[in-house]
Design a protein. Structure first.
Length: 77
């Protein structure tokens, strides 16, 4: 048995799973795709974890951080 990957978003009373599309308040026009895996950001070494990829430019990624969860106002599965 395995556990499903998910991140809870308490203020929306829902969870994010890889593949979800979200919008963040401070990036109003950008749609982000939620992912889990290896990624590089800011010239750093690759790391394993949750990250957001810009839907229109998938090579543009950012780590999914706690303030991002508070900033989410739209989720699409």
């Amino acid at each position: 048995m395995y556990e499903v990957l998910r991140v809870d978003v308490p203020h929306l009373d829902m969870s994010l799973v890889p593949g979800c599309r979200v919008r963040l308040g401070r990036f109003e026009t950008t749609v982000w795709v939620v992912s889990y895996g290896w990624y590089s950001w800011g010239g750093n070494r690759p790391q394993l974890g949750w990250f957001l990829a810009d839907e229109s430019n998938p090579s543009s990624v950012k780590p999914l951080q706690l303030p991002d969860l508070d900033d989410i106002y739209f989720v699409e599965y």
